[in-house]
Design a protein around this ligand. Structure first.
Ligand SMILES: Cc1ncc(COP(=O)(O)O)c(C=O)c1O
Length: 369
């Protein structure tokens, strides 16, 4: 897969890095997108009526078909909400309707949204430290006992960890006992790397009879690199919660199925499988390059997506100010660990979704003493 030149496209990731630097921070990809998405947008753009749109119920069936084919999971199309905004907004909307009795719990490090969104919603919260063994991060399921609202990034941003079925089932059982909800943010789930046995456990399927106590959130935004046209979809088996969510959306003048989002989502879910398989091979190869170049610094071996969580000190950097030093002296831009929680000063997050040659250059710069 060749790279793409994003000059002049208004890319936030490259704007953040600045001239002459390689952008390895923000979570989007510098690899070519699915051609069918561009073609579908171009075709729709040729018709000059861009008025209000209805939500095509066929979009729910497409999501269900995607889950059946890619994850081997049966999803009732009735559960699917097709949301005309990105996952961050969807989480904020959920927090505005759920009303937990106890503090919201989420694992830390976290992708940089859960804490901010709980604060914005005025909800008390507590970040629960992940456990770590020789294999990488583990979910300390017992530490979530009693919580009636748990937010989970699955697979995990920033580490790329794919949680086990037992971990997800344990969390679902805990929240169900408390009469609550497990919100599983699975926007990186279609990017699980090829593996002979490891499968991403989709929360709604693992929870089984407890499915009503889960919301599974996903989007084509991360998978197909279309986050600039925000959309996502939520699997919400509880009809009462679905109703509350659509009512709250209507209060904000929002409705399911926006014009461009539907075009993008349809093209991605209809045609994206083979493209995604090729992308996953590229990402897995890039992951191996990173692991080979930075062996002692990787805190948890990535199993999905294109992010790796690093120990700055093991890279020969100071625990404080590592990102700034890399930016000023080595011309690479990574995300600061503190974006994932204030306590993570000694860490960095690196995005390796870029062409091999650029990644090699970036790794050379990163390891230069
Ligand atoms: C796990 C996770 N959830 C939610 C989001 C938010 O996505 P968006 O900003 O497109 O709404 C991100 C973005 O990186 C993410 O990684």
């Amino acid at each position: 897969m060749q790279g793409i030149d994003r000059t002049g496209t208004g890319s936030s990731k490259w704007a953040r890095a600045g001239d002459g630097r390689i952008a390895l921070g923000l979570a989007d990809m510098d690899l070519p997108g699915l051609p069918e998405i561009g073609a579908a947008l171009a075709e729709r753009a040729r018709h000059s009526a861009y008025g209000y749109t209805v939500c095509d119920p066929g979009g729910r069936a497409l999501v269900a078909g995607w889950y059946r084919e890619r994850h081997g999971v049966l999803v009732d199309p009735e559960w699917v909400l097709l949301l005309p905004f990105g996952p961050r907004t969807a989480l904020r909307l959920l927090l505005s309707v759920v009303g937990p009795r106890w503090p919201v719990l989420f694992p830390t490090p976290e992708w940089g949204g859960f804490e901010q969104l709980c604060r914005a919603a005025g909800l008390p919260y507590r970040a629960v430290g992940l456990a770590r063994d020789a294999d990488g991060y583990r979910l300390p399921v017992g530490a979530f006992a009693g919580a009636d609202l748990v937010l989970l990034s699955s697979p995990h941003n920033p580490s790329g960890r794919v949680w086990t079925r037992d971990e997800i089932r344990g969390l679902a059982e805990g929240v169900a006992e408390a009469g609550g909800l497990l919100v599983s943010d699975e926007v990186h789930s279609d990017l699980a790397h090829p593996h002979p046995t490891l499968r991403h456990p989709v929360a709604v399927s693992v929870a089984g009879e407890l499915a009503r106590h889960t919301v599974t959130l996903n989007s084509v935004g991360k998978t197909f690199n279309t986050s600039g046209i925000p959309s996502c979809f939520a699997l919400v088996p509880d009809p009462g919660l679905r109703e509350r969510l659509t009512t709250r959306m209507a209060e904000y003048g929002l409705w399911e199925g926006g014009l461009l989002e539907q075009v993008v989502q349809r093209a991605a879910l209809r045609h994206g499988g083979p493209w995604l398989d090729a992308l996953l091979d590229r990402l897995a190869a890039n992951r191996e390059l990173v692991l080979g170049a930075l062996p002692g610094a990787v805190l948890s071996r990535p199993e999905a997506s294109y992010l790796v969580w690093l120990d700055a000190v093991a890279l020969g950097l100071p625990a404080v100010g590592a990102r700034e030093i890399l930016l000023a002296q080595r011309d690479v831009e990574l995300s600061a660990g503190t974006d994932c929680g204030a306590e993570w000063t000694g860490c960095l997050r690196l995005n390796y979704a870029l062409p091999e040659s650029s990644l090699r250059t970036a790794l050379t710069r990163l390891t230069r003493c």
